[in-house]
Design a protein around this ligand. Structure first.
Ligand code: FAD
Length: 276
């Protein structure tokens, strides 16, 4: 792999690519695979390891956006369900259905039956592609999942979404591997340090962060898929965009597996946020 990396780095300054993709997370990897498969001459670089940033820190879910039903974003849920189904259909051994086992505390802002109706709407919007949701009484929850405390429960339900069986970084790397088999020249630990358009062609300053060697990559088009670094990169390249990133955080607490059922145990925290 190290030899392949070296020879790919040597190839990067040698020709003009149709596309230079900056960032080898999920967005860069999928772009590289799709474009290379269509016959475009593609180069892909990442300043760290492929999938080494956000795309290896996700919750490994391919979900249809159930929570956006509460804010009435039906168009968004429809699109997300469609892409979730598409992923499940296209990568059946990697993107698999999983059940969410959800319990509702007494005093929650909606009664369990009402939230359950939401899961039915979600299932319909998901074109019945997964198993149907199921309503659960507190007694049923107690019999199915011993680890869930049921003293203060009003009921609950089960519904389906999908998860990445192998994990997110492997999912990304498979796209990079596929792009390379279609001729994409990909190299990790190569940083883009600004691009300039000269005579209709992009010249990108690049640096091999391992050897310190600097060189230029020429391309007709640049895809900026630098994840959280997209805006600073646009600024350096003097590109203005209508939209900008707003950062938010998710928290993963890693705990030992507490049930053998292979279901995701889901609760609503005291402040109403989903906790799974
Ligand atoms: C806690 C958390 C949980 C999440 N859970 C889910 C989930 O369950 N399901 C889901 O679908 N989504 C989830 N997401 C969102 C998802 O992870 C991101 O939307 C996705 O990973 C973004 O991918 P990306 O390719 O745009 O960015 P990234 O994965 O960040 O990739 C950008 C790459 O660009 C590289 N780069 C940056 N600057 C340069 C440069 N100058 N030169 C070269 N390379 C550069 C970086 O090294 C990086 O590898 C979650 C996100 C978080 C934070």
């Amino acid at each position: 792999m190290n030899n392949l990396r070296k020879s790919n780095i040597q190839k990067l300054p040698q020709k003009t690519f149709d596309v230079l993709i900056i960032g080898g997370g999920i967005n860069g990897a999928v772009s590289a695979a799709a474009l290379a498969a269509k016959g475009a001459k593609v180069a892909l670089i990442d300043k760290g390891d492929f999938a080494g940033f956000t795309s290896s820190n996700s919750s490994n879910l391919a979900w249809g956006g159930i929570k956006y039903l509460e804010s009435h974003e039906y168009g968004l849920v429809n699109k997300l369900c469609k892409s979730r189904n598409h992923l499940m259909r296209s990568y059946p051994s990697t993107v698999k259905e999983i059940r969410f086992f959800t319990s509702i505390q007494k005093g929650f802002r909606f009664p369990p039956l009402f939230v359950f109706m939401g899961t039915i709407v979600y299932w319909i919007m998901g074109r019945f592609f997964t198993q149907s949701p199921q309503y659960l009484t507190a007694r049923k929850i107690k019999s199915l999942e011993k680890v869930v405390k049921t003293d203060n429960l009003n009921g609950g339900f089960e519904y389906s979404d999908a998860f990445l069986h192998d994990n997110d970084a492997r999912f990304v790397f498979n796209f990079i591997r596929s792009s390379m088999s279609y001729g994409c020249i990909a190299a990790n630990y190569v940083q883009a340090n600004g691009s300039e358009k000269i005579d209709g062609e992009w010249n990108t300053k690049a640096k091999d962060v391992i050897s310190g060697e600097e060189f230029e990559i020429r391309s007709k088009v640049i895809i900026n898929s630098a994840g959280p670094f997209v805006d600073p990169m646009n600024q350096v390249n003097q590109q203005t965009t209508e939209h900008h990133h707003l950062f938010s955080k998710g928290i993963h607490l890693i705990v030992d597996k507490i049930t053998d059922s292979n279901k995701v145990l889901t609760f609503f925290a005291d402040d109403g946020r989903l906790f799974l």
